[in-house]
Design a protein around this ligand. Structure first.
Ligand code: DAH
Length: 341
């Protein structure tokens, strides 16, 4: 019986060294250590042994049992850890893959595109690398005119046949007005959102790359009231029904008259607060009646047609809406900022 016990012990130890699966191990444990297992089978005749032999075999059997039980436990622990590591439950809900989202400027651009298309405006695009002609001259800003000082321009390091630098990174979306007029003629209703560039010494309010949304409406009887109506509707769409618009004269070479457009502050409703610097008004656009020279550049007869144009700074709209204090965050690619939208 001693021999049988030793043999069984060795066999079990050999097998434990090669078992790699938790469930195989558990089955094997029952087969050896269970109530009707191989160990019990060997010890079945123990009671019939002579007293002396019973004692020594009994002790050996017990030692082996303790040793093997410990071995089984040890291996079960190791394999069950592995089991939970590699465990896959197909019935559990999956892990959510985090999805990207729109940039705050794109959100406001999409919103305004929807609004203006609902008023019958087209949405047009223009090139970001623009000719000096469309960016300035066609907009009634001749070469060497002081009006060019209003915009710090990135000129492209490339000269034309006359030896002049004639390509620029567009400083505003206004050149698309002329492109639109040349392509579609009058009457015309369109908006032109897009990226613009200026050689700014950047700070919290100035950035070298920013976004504008230009608008243009041309027809036979278009006047300043039409312009005010459209801009008031836009302001109400952006900041609520109570919003009022105030126009103050401002010079822009491509319009006559030209205005600076302000809306009642949507935080204090005109009472004065930090956002509006206690004025009650927020400046959000430039606008005016299209200058006859600009209509001519677009191939439209100023004797027959009039029009108005406006330009919103999209960065500024988003900054006001969400209380963002530094314009440079928009292009920073900083996810701590972007993930808030
Ligand atoms: N292009 C002007 C700028 O970037 C903004 C502007 C002013 C656009 C008046 C217009 C306008 O269409 O009528 O400063």
């Amino acid at each position: 019986m001693n021999e049988k016990l030793q043999k069984l012990k060795q066999e079990v130890l050999d097998n434990l060294a090669i078992i790699k699966d938790f469930y195989v191990l558990k089955d094997y444990e029952v087969r050896i250590m269970g109530r009707k297992g191989e160990l019990a089978e060997i010890l079945k005749d123990l009671p019939s042994l002579p007293e002396e032999e019973k004692k020594s075999v009994g002790k050996l059997a017990n030692d082996i049992k303790v040793e093997l039980t410990a071995k089984f436990e040890e291996l079960k622990n190791a394999l069950s850890k592995k089991k939970s590591e590699g465990f896959f439950d197909a019935t559990l809900p999956g892990e959510k893959i985090s999805r990207g989202h729109l940039h705050p400027i794109t959100i406001i651009q999409n919103d305004l595109e929807d609004f203006f298309t609902s008023l019958g405006f087209m949405v047009l695009d223009g090139p970001e690398l623009e000719s000096d002609y469309f960016n300035f001259e066609a907009l009634n800003i001749p070469k060497h005119h002081p009006a060019r000082d209003m915009q710090d321009t990135f000129y492209i390091d490339m000269k034309n046949q006359a030896g002049e630098y004639d390509m620029v990174m567009r400083t505003h979306t206004s050149p698309v007005q002329v492109r639109a007029m040349q392509k579609y003629g009058a009457p015309l209703k369109s908006i032109m959102p897009g990226k613009c560039f200026r050689s700014e010494a950047t700070d919290v309010r100035h950035e070298h790359t920013f976004y504008q949304l230009e608008g243009l409406m041309i027809g036979e009887d278009i006047n300043l009231s039409n312009m005010t109506g459209i801009l008031e509707a836009t302001a109400k769409h952006l900041y609520g029904k109570e919003t009022k618009v105030r126009l103050r004269p401002k010079f822009f070479p491509f319009v006559e008259p030209g205005v600076n457009g302000e809306v009642t502050c949507f935080i204090c409703r005109g009472q004065g607060c930090k956002l509006c610097k206690n004025t009650g008004w927020l400046e959000i656009f430039g606008a005016g009646m299209t200058h006859p020279n600009v209509l001519r550049s677009g191939g439209i007869d100023p004797e027959k047609y009039q029009g108005f144009a406006f330009g919103f700074g999209l960065d500024r709209l988003v900054m006001i809406k969400y209380g963002i204090e530094d314009i440079r965050l928009f292009n920073s690619g900083d996810l701590r900022f972007l993930n808030q939208f």
